[in-house]
Structure formats: C-alpha cells, structure tokens
Design a protein around this ligand. Sequence first.
Ligand code: SF4
Length: 331
Amino acid sequence: MADKKTLLDVKDLSIIYTSRNETIHAVNGIDFNLQKGETLGIVGETGAGKSTTAYSILRLLPERTAKVTSGSIMFDDMDLLKISDGLMQHGIRGERISIIFQDPMSALNPIMRIGDQIAEALKFHNKENLTKEELEKQVDETLQLVGIQKERKDDYPHQLSGGMKQRVMIAIALVCEPDLIIADEPTTALDVTIQAQVLAMIENLKERFGTSMILITHDLGIVAQMCDRVAIMYAGKIIETGTVKDIFSKEMRHPYTEGLFGSLPNLETKSSRLHPIDGLMPDPANLPTGCKFYPRCPHCMPICKENEPTNITSGTHIVACHLYDSEKEKR
Ligand code: SF4
C-alpha cells in the first residue's frame, strides 16, 4: 500500500461515557489508519467500541454523556476533534465523510419522500446554487446508481422494502461523492440474498468513485469479501490488525480472533458443533487489569493478569498478546 496516501490517521483515541454512578471506558487508546481507496474492516462483538469509534470520527457521540479523553483523528491535515462545529457540519460531515447507518428505517425521515431526502442532502452541502431541474436530474441519477427506478422518488420510506430503504441510505451517503464512507453494519437488518446484493453494490460504487471505507461488522465473511485490512476490537482496544490475508492465516492469531473463527461453521472440517467463546465481554465500567481478554482466554498465563500486552509486529500483522512475546518477556 506504499503508493497510496493516508486519508485518516487515528492516534491514542480514548472515549468514555459517564453517568451519575459510573464511567464506561468504551474506547481505550486505539491507533489505526486508512489509506486512500482502501477498505478497513473493524470487527468485534457488540460492546467492543466499534460504533463509538466510528461516530467519534463524525463527532456524532452524545454530547452530554460521551467524552473524548485523549487522542487525535487526522483527516487530511485536519484534526477532526479540533475543527469548528461549522466546518464539521458544512464541509466534512456528509460532504467529505458520510455514514450508512445500521437501521435505515430509523435513519430515514418517515414523512418525507425519498427523492426529497436525497435532494435535501445535495442542497445542504453547498449545492443550493443548482437549479430545480439540475437537482431533479441529480436525484434521478443517484437513484438509478443504487438500482432504484427514478419513478419511485415520490415514494415514502414505508412503501419500500428493507433492501430498497438501505439503497436510499447509500444514495444519500454517496450523493456528495465523499472521500470516506463509514458503513456501520450496513446489512445487518437485511436478509441474506438482499445483503449480498447491497454489498456488491457498495463495492461497485466504492470502486467507481475511489472512495475509502470503514466497514463495521461482526461478520468475518463480509470482511473476506469487502476489506483490504482488518482491525479486531475487544473491550475498547484493537487487539489485532493486518491485511485480510494476515487475519485469515493461522499464523500469530490472537486467541480472541481464534474464538471468532471458532464461532463460525467450517465446511472443511464438517464439525457438528460450533465453539463459541466462553464468557462475556468484561464490564466496561470495571475492566480487568492486564489483558482484557484474560477471563475468557484458554491460553491465559500469570503475566496476562498483571501486564497489558504490547503490540508485536510481523510485517503488516500486529497482535497484542503475551503468547507472542519473546520467552524472556514472558517470565
Ligand atoms: Fe490470552 Fe494472555 Fe494473549 Fe490475553 S495476552 S489473549 S490472556 S494469552
């Protein structure tokens, strides 16, 4: 990837949520980057911190309860955590970085025609100088791009199937031709056949516009199909990262990643039982010391309960696990 340029560079990002009684440590000092045109998959169980990370990029976290306690999010040469609200609203969000939400029904306006919702996105992002005819033409073209006939533009969201609603969300995300799309479990609410169609469409459009993408998912099959690189998250930390090949090879695999693969059906071994990871994600208000995975890890050693593992790097593959420390460090 040396010929590509870094579009997004996240360093030491930590985010907490506070309530009257407790502090939730949702994201705990993560680093990752994204190259232009690249798709990065962020994978992990519910509660791993994936969506919090994604929403922090667009500053969409709830203001009253969420707080970024450290780090930077560099996008081109701007720190997205430091730019003004005005620039974020009229220059970045929706224009240069768009998001596709998990549930289109709650993201679309139920009392607004879908064509008007696409046109509104165009008008909001500095395209108000378009004539009515030009606006109509762009809405028609965008709908056709996502495989919806332009005659459906006067429909309301409830008149569309789940797959079509998600296509409308994708149309709204794409209409300003952003540099980066964040897709938060974009096909979770869809059945499997429609899921395949929507993923193929996202992939085509991404190629066509050269858009970079962060794809949040818990589905390793989608990762294999869509991603260039992968970051595995657990308890608010990135515990393994690498190319898709690194993650799918069995070399230097993190025990948590091993557990994710063990939870999938394997056609080669024809095993009659799946092997889900024992136990639950730790309470983010009361994280264990040392490795956050140790209460569930079948390879746990004494050092794991005391010292947080540091990153071990092998080429493009990075793993935070004491199993791969040198023998001297394990003692
Ligand atoms: Fe398991 Fe220890 Fe590695 Fe954590 S550091 S994943 S507890 S072996």
